[in-house]
Design a protein around this ligand. Sequence first.
Ligand SMILES: [Zn+2]
Length: 198
Amino acid sequence: MIAEAIAKLRRDNQLPVDPQVRGPVPLNRFFENGNLSHVALPGLTCGRVTEYLLAEGGTVEPFGAPGEPLAGFLYFAGKSGQAFVNADDILPRRRFSAAHELGHAVLHRERMGRFRADTSETLLEADDSTDEIEREANRFATELLMPEAVVRARAYELRTLHKCCPFGVLAYRLAAELLVSRQAIGYRLKNLGVADAE
Ligand SMILES: [Zn+2]
């Protein structure tokens, strides 16, 4: 279901997976084409989001627990949405958070209500959240940012050149190419079983 949603999103945006092309997945293009804007706020909390939306001229009621630290937040007004990430997080983490919020927008728009607040407990690169909706959004972020075809192609290149595919080397290269964290790509490689055991 998630793989299909991503395949459709890629078709709609004319951004197919092409393992010949190196570099990170162009997340901004999915946002631009999806009526979803992207905002990075330092010290992200529901309170900060409320302040931001009020300063933009919106009329919003306060969301959730105002002071709870957040990793991501998704808000809809009519058809357009805003995905917030924590500007204090490092880039690979911010990209994962943004992709997770995009996942909620694509998969859960009908079910999620007006907003979704994500803490570091729900927004997990390890994909083992206990909440089904969160697990799906984490899965979505993983599959979008680290396409299986790209991971397999890079593993194949290593194996062809060196007759082996060390886990650490592949993880390092893919984290750098795809701008994802070493942990996130580590989980992905383990799940796909493409690298040699460490
Ligand atoms: Zn979430």
